[in-house]
Design a protein around this ligand. Sequence first.
Ligand code: FAD
Length: 273
Amino acid sequence: MKILYVFAHPEERSLNGSLREVAFAELRAQGHEILVSDLYAMGWKSQVDRQDFPQWPADKRLLVPAASKAGFASAALTADVEAEIAKLRAADGIILHFPLWWFSMPAILKGWVDRVFAYGYGYGVGEHSDARWGDRYGEGMFQDKRAMLVVTAGGWAPHYSARGINGPIDDLLFPIQHGVLFYPGAQVLPPYVLYQADRIDEARFASEAERLRARMRGFLTEAPIPYRRQNGGDYSIPGCELQPWLGGPDASGFALHSADASPVAARLSAVAG
Ligand code: FAD
């Protein structure tokens, strides 16, 4: 399997850098080929701007989706973006590895997504009509790919629990896991999250490294998060609202979009019972 490993930390000798080497060694031991995008080392440009669309007329008001669509369709995006698209096309798996910064990914990684997931590739795929709202959320260009986040966070695990002050980690990562990865169709594995990352000694590093190795060993076989597919009957079209019989009319929140969300499952079994 070819795995695109996108790494977003400015320091090779960081904790994240060490964990990356652990992951690489285990993935290679499993026979996977790794394609690397080390964003800081590459000097990745993170902002979308007019320079990204060389074919777009200089005097024309820039319309980013239209420029992205035209550039992607004619393979005329900038060389750095075209190279990342080529890696993504070749990859069967994607790993995004980053420290949690302000409850999200570092700007350089967001900028990689903004620039590389072009119109016609990351979004704007498939038929859009009253019967179908595109190939997205479970369908799309990534639908045969597995994906996973590797994340370190300074906060403690309970701070990210269901009642933790930071909000549940699954909610914080939802825009990346569901929005960035499942949207173009990837099967998203549960994340590897290392908490209290700023205080880690050799013993904990060793146990965390082992936990990461185990996750890398399971990359091919582990069950993905059972996010509901947009075109699988759980949503109205074109409104794209969860069907009223799923979770009950008053239920809301990100967890509803996963088929095994325990509050939803509990409500469903209550209804069924
Ligand atoms: P490093 O600083 O490189 O290392 C951390 C520790 O690991 C050090 O004690 C180091 O000695 C040890 N270590 C490194 N390598 C090894 C090794 N090979 N063996 C043993 N020990 C090792 N946290 C949150 O929870 N939520 C946030 O929203 C958040 N926002 C942030 C925003 C910014 C701008 C910044 C800078 C930090 C933020 N943090 C936040 C904290 C951040 O998530 C952590 O600082 C980060 O995850 C630590 O990873 P690192 O690779 O940078 O660690």
